[in-house]
Design a protein around this ligand. Structure first.
Ligand code: NIG
Length: 409
């Protein structure tokens, strides 16, 4: 049974990512946190901590918010390791791979799809992920997209409708786009909070993407865009035009794209006032797994664009939910400082999902940063500082993990 209150004390370095305090003030030394039920009720210097029903001594280890993984595709069946192996042997990534997963997903029972999804979410939690979005997109017809959305909604914190992932074999692209915007959207609507479109050469054109985004916005969904992954294109511009919460991948950005994204953040600051703009979500595990250029997160941050790091866990281009791997890569290969990378994998993801503050989405508590009133999502590392995430890449550094005040690891 979870005690009414829990004090976690002797945290050597606590990276709160409480952006309201400004980036520099968000790392505390010799700190403590108190949980009451699902929420954080106190946070500060260990020497000043109040008593609680239960106390845990962190032994000087580092603490940080649980990871917020804002981009995954976890509802699927089947295996594409042969495709991966072929790609590593020199074949280029083709969007056609999605069709292989669609066939396997359609053939799986509800029981099997749910079991596979639960196992993947448990794997992510074991790696410190405490809040997770996932997408549909391997059903690609009305009945199967609805089934994916329904199953996802029983497990994930937030669900995104990605009917516009690929035009299924044998269908005309315009006809399929119409279907996504009408019967498919109606069928999934009760189960999803967001809509996404794969706006890319070989997937959906700018005009088709615009139709999908307009229909989904009309249906009351928040918007995000898969954009600028395989080349320069209209994804970022569309995301900005529609006020999307995020544009994901962003491997190929023109100066105009970066300026347009930065422009969406004027008026929003550390105090979190104003309306947030479009987050740039970088997916380094996908970039490595497709041998694509890593997204230029440094350039985005320098231009004033908030960045999220997410796993993009999916069977084709990124079969890992390891956020520690993403953080290590962001530091070692993408020019981010340790705290910038941790912020992108926590607060950045929360911002992309609009759960960074208050009780904004479906009455959920804020996640992705540690502050009084926020959800008690905390991880302790088997290390004295967050720097070890990049300093000792690939090592098993995830220690204890709490989700909504409940110890899950
Ligand atoms: O984010 N870009 C589109 N979707 C996935 C790929 C999914 C797959 O290949 O199965 C991605 O990389």
């Amino acid at each position: 049974m979870t005690p009414a209150s829990t004090l976690i004390t002797n945290i050597g370095e606590l990276s709160t990512q409480d952006y309201a305090q400004g980036p520099e003030a968000s790392v505390l030394r010799d700190a403590a946190v108190v949980f009451e039920g699902e929420r954080i009720s106190w946070i500060g210097a260990a020497a000043d901590a109040p008593a609680a029903d239960e106390t845990m001594d962190a032994g000087g280890r580092a603490g940080l918010p649980g990871w917020v993984d804002s981009h995954t595709h976890l509802v699927f069946a089947g295996d594409r390791s042969a495709e991966f192996e072929a790609r590593m042997a020199g074949e280029s990534y083709a969007a056609g791979g999605i069709a292989v997963t669609t066939a396997a997903t359609r053939a799986a029972s509800d029981y099997d799809l749910t079991r596979l999804l639960l196992a993947r979410v448990a794997e992510a939690a074991a790696g410190g992920t405490t809040y997770l979005e996932t997408k549909t997109g391997y059903g690609l017809n009305v009945q199967e997209e609805q089934r994916s959305a329904r199953i996802a909604s029983t497990v994930a914190d937030q669900v995104t409708f990605l009917g516009a992932h690929l035009v299924p074999d044998g269908m005309d692209a315009e006809e399929y786009t119409d279907l996504v915007c009408t019967a498919m959207l109606t069928a999934v609507r009760p189960y999803v909070q967001w809509a996404d479109v794969f706006c890319e050469q070989g997937a959906f054109t700018a005009e088709q993407s615009r139709r999908v985004l307009a229909a989904c916005r009309k249906a009351g969904l928040g918007l995000r865009v898969h954009g600028n992954q395989l080349g320069y294109g209209a994804g970022v511009a569309l995301a900005v035009e529609f006020g999307a919460a995020s544009v994901d991948h962003v491997n190929y950005l023109s100066d105009d794209d970066v300026a347009a994204l930065a422009g969406t953040w004027t008026g929003w600051g550390p105090g979190r006032s104003g309306t947030p703009g479009t987050v740039a979500t970088c997916l380094p595990a996908c970039d490595l797994s497709t041998r694509a250029p890593l997204a230029d997160a440094r350039r985005l941050l320098d231009a004033g664009v908030p960045v999220a790091l997410a796993s993009n866990c999916n069977p084709g281009t990124s079969y890992t939910s390891s956020m520690t791997f993403c953080v290590a890569t962001a530091v070692l290969q993408m020019g981010l400082t340790v705290q910038e990378a941790v912020r992108a994998a926590t607060f950045g993801g929360a911002l992309a999902l609009r759960v960074h503050t208050g009780e904004d989405r479906d009455g959920q508590r804020a996640v992705g940063s540690l502050a009084v009133g926020h959800r008690a999502d905390l991880q302790l590392l088997n290390a004295p500082s967050a720097a070890h995430l990049a300093y000792r890449p690939g090592m098993p550094l995830t220690g204890s993990v709490w989700r909504a005040g409940v110890r899950v690891r």
